[in-house]
Design a protein around this ligand. Structure first.
Ligand code: VG1
Ligand code: CO
Length: 548
């Protein structure tokens, strides 16, 4: 028996989606009406019914973190009560973010709800999140998330079906009131998509020839995907994938694939018995870190190498239409685009800004310095996709990661790059620092700092070349005459105070000076970054918490 109810509710402060959806501490999400209010705001904005009154179809899944299973049942009951016709759910309410994006597109649905706080830790006292993706498979643009936020400030009621839990543990169809719930294998369609892009027989031969890999899924969502694709389909040795079972608390790991949080993988790759190739992915499977034997690949370099070599994989054999990078990402990819004679784009941080470029066929490959790379195969960044493209390139070029990187730098020069994060700063102090910095920009050009002359300084604003929408205040940029650059912005995904991100870049044309340690090469830029913003005076911090 099911019963339709409308529950009286009232706005809850602070339900404002950030860089990718609404992200809060799990107890906040589990609080009275909290999840329900936000989900109702989603349905109020996008509509669960078509104009002709027929119900819409959505995709639902999440990264398996604590509360994922309970939240899925609530969202299903609310979708049914709001008039949706069908929801496609990954078995166990599991879907990686790129797999969800693919299912939205493959089934021509009206969008999807992804339950994830990405790389943020999970658990009863950690983070939870909900984001809505559009019918193109990509994150909702700012106009839509703003409308959802406004709706949460005026909400008075939500609709929910009173019903038993749907069995999400088995593949099959269930009825929930008038709505069909279709439980699908979370991996199968995604694995087929990867097979259509990459030379699986060549990858199989690579592994057959003794090529060794380590994939750290960090107890998060990519485990089942990586085991199925790398070990089962491509024949990588059993045990190639470690931490391959998604756990509600990610086994206590911080599923953020960077040298700090994926330290065990880094140690193995820098150690005496390192495999040929190492990789890791984040909570919801959209990020990737790539490591060669004895050499770390910075995400900005990874984007550039992938762009320069993508044509070696069957899915990109006809070349790229363009390359897009987020503003804080290094200019290494621009150099590749220029050499290939293709378009290049610089967007604000967050994958939603790539969607229009991909839909319009202006760009084929996109990337962010924050370990995110992807292409027009879905509308999200895609961790395993990047790892498989690297493997395909390694299989064709038959060189080590180190040799490929060194050759790349020799051809294009090297953009030394690092990001310094200062986490959990008091919000008022971080805001004051950014305000002071913004106020100082006009006086900076011409100034000499640490032996470098400031060429230009601005607050990045972006006009979307497809729909003309304008996004302002996307980060402070300070550009120097020698090609060095400092960027400052505050994170939009944190859940505790403010996180200041300082992005540092310095270009070396070569042939000398291409083999330095990145922090050493960047030392003057780092000193300039502290001096220009008064980081210590404003925040009380002298050193970052995380360096990538
Ligand atoms: C961070 C990254 C950004 C990324 C976003 C979502 O945002 O810097 O590049 O798109 O996370 O990634 P912020 O606002 O904290 O800097 V994920 O893996 O959460 O979907
Ligand atoms: Co993520």
């Amino acid at each position: 028996m099911t019963h339709l109810t409308t529950v009286a509710t009232a706005p809850i402060a602070g339900q404002k989606p950030g860089t990718s959806g609404l992200r809060k501490k799990t107890p906040v999400f589990m609080g009275r009406h909290y999840l329900e209010n936000f989900v109702q705001a989603i349905f109020d904005v996008v509509g669960a019914r078509n104009e002709d009154g027929g119900g819409k179809t959505f995709v639902l899944g999440g990264d398996g973190r604590y509360f994922n299973d309970r939240a899925a049942q609530v969202i299903l009951r609310m979708a049914a009560a709001n008039g949706a016709a069908r929801v496609i759910v990954g078995q166990g309410a599991i879907l990686s973010t790129p797999a969800a994006s693919h299912l939205i597109r493959l089934n021509r649905t009206d969008g999807g709800i992804i339950m994830s706080a990405s790389h943020n830790p999970g658990g009863p006292n950690e983070d939870f999140g909900v984001k809505f993706n559009m019918p193109n498979g990509g994150p909702a643009p700012e106009g839509v998330t703003e409308a959802m936020y406004r709706r949460t400030t005026t909400i008075t009621e939500y609709h929910i079906l009173e019903a038993q839990d749907v069995d999400l543990g088995h593949i099959g169809r269930h009825q929930l009131g008038q709505m069909v719930v279709e439980v699908v294998d979370p991996v199968a369609d995604y694995a087929d998509l990867m097979k259509s892009l990459f030379d699986f027989p060549a990858l199989r031969s690579l592994f057959d020839s003794g090529f060794r890999m380590r994939m750290d899924s960090m107890c998060a969502v990519t485990g089942p995907y990586a085991v199925k694709i790398l070990e089962t389909r491509l024949g990588a040795a059993k045990g190639t994938v470690i931490n391959g079972t998604p756990l509600p608390d990610f086994g206590g790991m911080h599923p953020d694939p960077n040298p700090t949080w994926a330290k065990a993988l880094m140690d193995e790759m820098m150690g005496p018995d390192a495999p040929d190739f190492g990789a890791a992915s984040d909570g919801d499977g959209d990020r990737n870190m790539v490591v060669g034997r004895g050499i770390y690949v910075s995400p900005s370099d990874s984007l550039a190498v992938l762009a320069a070599n993508a044509h070696l994989a069957p899915g990109y054999a006809r070349g790229l239409k363009g390359v897009a990078r987020s503003m804080p990402t290094s200019a290494a990819a621009d150099r590749v685009a220029d050499a290939l004679g293709i378009a290049k784009y610089e967007t604000p941080t967050g994958w939603k800004f790539f969607g229009n470029l991909l839909d319009a066929g202006k760009a084929t490959i996109c990337g962010e310095e924050s370990f995110g790379t992807g292409s027009d195969h879905v509308r999200e960044k895609d961790g395993l996709w990047a790892i498989l493209l690297w493997l395909n390139i390694l299989a064709v070029r038959k060189q080590s990661v180190a040799d490929i990187l060194k050759e790349h730098w020799a051809n294009f020069g090297r953009n030394y790059y690092s990001r310094h994060d200062f986490e959990a700063i008091e919000t008022a102090r971080a805001d004051a620092m950014m305000a002071a910095l913004r106020g100082s920009l006009a006086g900076l050009p011409g100034r000499l700092v640490e032996g470098m002359t400031v060429n230009a300084a601005d607050d990045f604003a972006y006009t979307d070349p497809v729909d003309g929408s304008v996004s302002k205040a996307q980060g402070v940029r300070i550009m120097f005459a020698d090609g060095s650059r400092i960027v400052y912005r505050l994170s939009g995904t944190g859940t505790e105070g403010a996180t200041l991100r300082v992005y540092l870049e310095r270009y070396a044309a070569g042939p000398e000076g291409l083999d330095l340690d990145a922090q050493e090469a960047l030392a003057p830029v780092i000193r300039a970054a502290h001096a220009l913003a008064g980081i210590n005076t404003h925040t009380g911090r002298t050193v970052p918490n995380v360096v990538t």
